[in-house]
Write a protein that binds this ligand. Structure first.
Ligand SMILES: C[S@@+](CC[C@H](N)C(=O)[O-])C[C@H]1O[C@@H](n2cnc3c(N)ncnc32)[C@H](O)[C@@H]1O
Length: 287
């Protein structure tokens, strides 16, 4: 396990994933019933952008470093970042130079009736997460394989929930593992909202992912109600670079396409300047 998210925290891909995550969770909270958020690959929770790892790549400068208050579609995302910084602030000396990962953003948005289950396999990152959530009765942190966790934590007792699967894509078969995970998650919790993150280096792997999710069996899973959101920084011709990022959302809450379209367009204006840059929202399968 070589991947450390601290090098990439706050980059364009995090901005996109987290802005959409904030919208999804807030939309699910329109109803008062309790929710479970399952974050299968949770990371460290909070990254100091002035720390050695983030400074070494400087990726956040081309991401959250460019998200200012000019874009109304990104207000909720910015407010969630501030809420997370405030939530952990006093106890953990968290300030504006800290960027919250998915579990910290989610935690800041949980209502008293909601729960977060966070899984992280890396020893150090798991230890950081544990410290961050020590004594928090609404959050459980597990050092275990996030894919395996699907069968353990789905369906939630509340029968309402959001599952984020955000692997590091270190393994050559990670796209296939993502499809297998989607299959398990759907089988166990058909009514839940499921979000799958993926990198875009070239176009072929994401096309294949989309096909495998929505094509009818035996070739695909035949999932219904599937939307893909993608942000490309440039034409994805050089597969050695992270040219874009995508989030497939299965069973998105009402209004997702309109809201996600605005979020992606705002991120595109803020972050993407090269030829071939594109914000795309594609409905892969109807309800
Ligand atoms: C892309 S990062 C997660 C970022 C986080 N979800 C966020 O949005 O801030 C992927 C994380 O998965 C962890 N990881 C790798 N393999 C795993 C596995 N099989 N199960 C759980 N976590 C894993 C890595 O250590 C890394 O912290």
């Amino acid at each position: 396990m070589n991947y450390r998210h601290a090098f990439h925290a706050g980059n364009f891909a995090d901005c996109m994933k987290h802005a959409l995550l904030v919208w999804l969770l807030t939309a699910l909270q329109r109803k008062p019933g309790p929710l479970q958020v399952l974050d299968t690959h949770a990371g460290t929770g909070m990254t100091d952008l002035s720390g050695a790892e983030a400074r070494r790549t400087g990726e956040w400068r081309e991401g959250i470093g460019r998200v200012d208050d000019r874009e109304p579609a990104l207000y909720a995302y910015r407010e969630a970042i501030a809420a997370a910084q405030g939530h952990f602030g006093a106890e953990f000396h968290v300030g504006p130079e800290h960027y919250p990962g998915s579990p910290a953003l989610v935690r800041a948005l949980l209502r008293p009736q909601d729960r977060l289950v966070a899984c992280e396999l890396h020893e150090d990152d798991h230890a950081s997460l544990r410290r961050l959530f020590a004594g928090d009765a609404q959050v459980s942190v597990h050092r275990r394989d996030g894919y395996g966790a699907l069968a353990s934590f789905l369906p939630p007792a509340s029968r309402r929930g959001l599952t984020l699967i955000d692997p590091p894509f270190e393994q050559p078969d990670e796209f296939d593992r993502l499809v297998a995970a989607a299959s398990v998650a759907r089988r166990r919790f058909a009514t839940g909202v499921l979000a799958l993150w993926y990198p875009i280096k070239g176009r072929a792997p994401s096309r294949r992912l989309h096909d495998l999710l929505v094509q009818a069996a035996p070739n695909g899973l035949g999932l219904r109600d599937v939307v893909a959101a993608e942000l490309l920084l440039r034409e994805p011709v050089d597969p050695a670079r992270l040219n874009g990022a995508g989030l497939v959302v299965i069973r998105p809450p009402y209004g997702f396409e309109a809201a996600a379209g605005e979020i992606l367009a705002a991120l595109h204006r803020a972050l993407a300047g090269e030829p071939g840059a594109q914000a795309r929202l594609v409905r892969l399968a109807d309800e």
